[in-house]
Write a protein that binds this ligand. Sequence first.
Ligand SMILES: *[C@@H]1O[C@H](CO)[C@@H](O)[C@H](O)[C@H]1NC(C)=O
Ligand SMILES: *[C@@H]1O[C@H](CO)[C@@H](O)[C@H](O)[C@H]1NC(C)=O
Ligand SMILES: *[C@@H]1O[C@H](CO)[C@@H](O)[C@H](O)[C@H]1NC(C)=O
Ligand SMILES: [Cu+2]
Length: 232
Amino acid sequence: MKFATTLALLGAAGLSSAHYTFPSLVANGNTTEEWQYVRMTANHYSHGPVTDVTSQDIRCWTDSSVDHTAETYSVAAGSKVGFTVDPDISHPGPLQFYMAKVPEGKTAVGWDGSGQVWFKIFGQGPTINSTGLSWPSSGKKQVDVTLPASLPNGQYLLRAEHIALHGAGSEGGAQFYIACAQLQVTGGGNGEPSPKVALPGAYKATDPGILINIYYPVPTNYTLPGPAVWSG
Ligand SMILES: *[C@@H]1O[C@H](CO)[C@@H](O)[C@H](O)[C@H]1NC(C)=O
Ligand SMILES: *[C@@H]1O[C@H](CO)[C@@H](O)[C@H](O)[C@H]1NC(C)=O
Ligand SMILES: *[C@@H]1O[C@H](CO)[C@@H](O)[C@H](O)[C@H]1NC(C)=O
Ligand SMILES: [Cu+2]
């Protein structure tokens, strides 16, 4: 036991500098407290990634010991929201945002996000030329997304996802950095978000955007994993 604990600590200390979390919601010009409106993730100390796309952790990677302590922030449909990155996005890969509407009779606080409920509102791939792939999110200390203006009013989970692809040439090598914020959307419309997917379920380890050597030979295209973007 002691040996295993030491290894775990060494692993965390040795790798954490290259990893990242999304601890603070940024909305209405406010950078809120860390883990106040974002569900605390299990990597809040290690900063390490999820690598099994079939695991429950791929949804929000919630730390079950503190799962239900986050609050819900009120934002207008069509407004810009974001997450801080601690410390910054240090690996190459795509940035995506998903949302899921909290079912009638439930609140964002305590809802587990299960079922075919997740739709994508943003997906950002690379620019590609003959020398390689260039990712707009690289080095970012904050990542933002504009909520669709026609989003129906109600409570939602907003899920940020950055997929690090530096080791993605072998299966299980892609690293998923994830967080979910709790939102109350106001001033929205009558949009019908689609397509909707379950998490886990939307991804396979062999998806072309997940199992890919981004370095050699230089890819000529990149396919974002998951469903098409719903733009409202
Ligand atoms: C920032 O958030 C607080 C509540 O957390 C709110 O009272 C305040 O109005 C917000 N500021 C802006 C500029 O929206
Ligand atoms: C390829 O893209 C990189 C990163 O955007 C850029 O620095 C480089 O100049 C580009 N090379 C060519 C041949 O366009
Ligand atoms: C996309 O890239 C893959 C692997 O490099 C290649 O097999 C495929 O032909 C490319 N597709 C297009 C449309 O360029
Ligand atoms: Cu890392």
